[in-house]
Design a binder for this molecule. Structure first.
Ligand code: HEC
Length: 93
């Protein structure tokens, strides 16, 4: 179990010791994003199948073996529950 109960997926995504997604992605509401990865927007339209979005966040190396994006699920950087919350947040963008 995690010690800290996060209020929502946005916090987990933006927290530098958790998702740190802003290091590489521009995300609405986040400050000073990096541009190594694509902007995360129109996600609902682009991912009608939410489970595909989850798979990519869980382990992007399944889709691109040489990606620099960390495999958050496979490497247990985030718990399954944290990933669910991040997916809900990203899918809402
Ligand atoms: C070290 C940089 C880096 C970090 C940190 C990172 N990503 Fe990525 N991400 C990328 C890159 C680069 C791509 C482009 C696709 C590839 O490399 O396979 C990508 C692709 C994606 C995609 C598919 C994009 C699309 O346009 O369909 C999603 C969704 C995504 N990332 C979500 C996240 C989330 C959520 C986090 C934080 C939990 C995160 N990423 C953290 C680099 C990163």
């Amino acid at each position: 179990m995690t010690a800290i109960a996060y209020a929502d997926g946005q916090q987990i995504a933006f927290d530098r010791s958790k998702g740190n997604c802003l290091a590489c992605h521009k995300i609405e509401g986040g400050e000073s994003p990096g541009n190594i990865g694509p902007e995360l927007s129109n996600m609902k339209q682009r991912y009608p199948d939410k489970s595909l979005l989850r798979k990519r966040i869980w382990d992007e190396t399944q889709f691109n073996p040489i990606t620099v994006m960390p495999p958050f699920g496979k490497h247990r950087i985030l718990t399954e529950d944290e990933i669910d919350q991040v997916v809900d947040f990203i899918h809402s963008l």
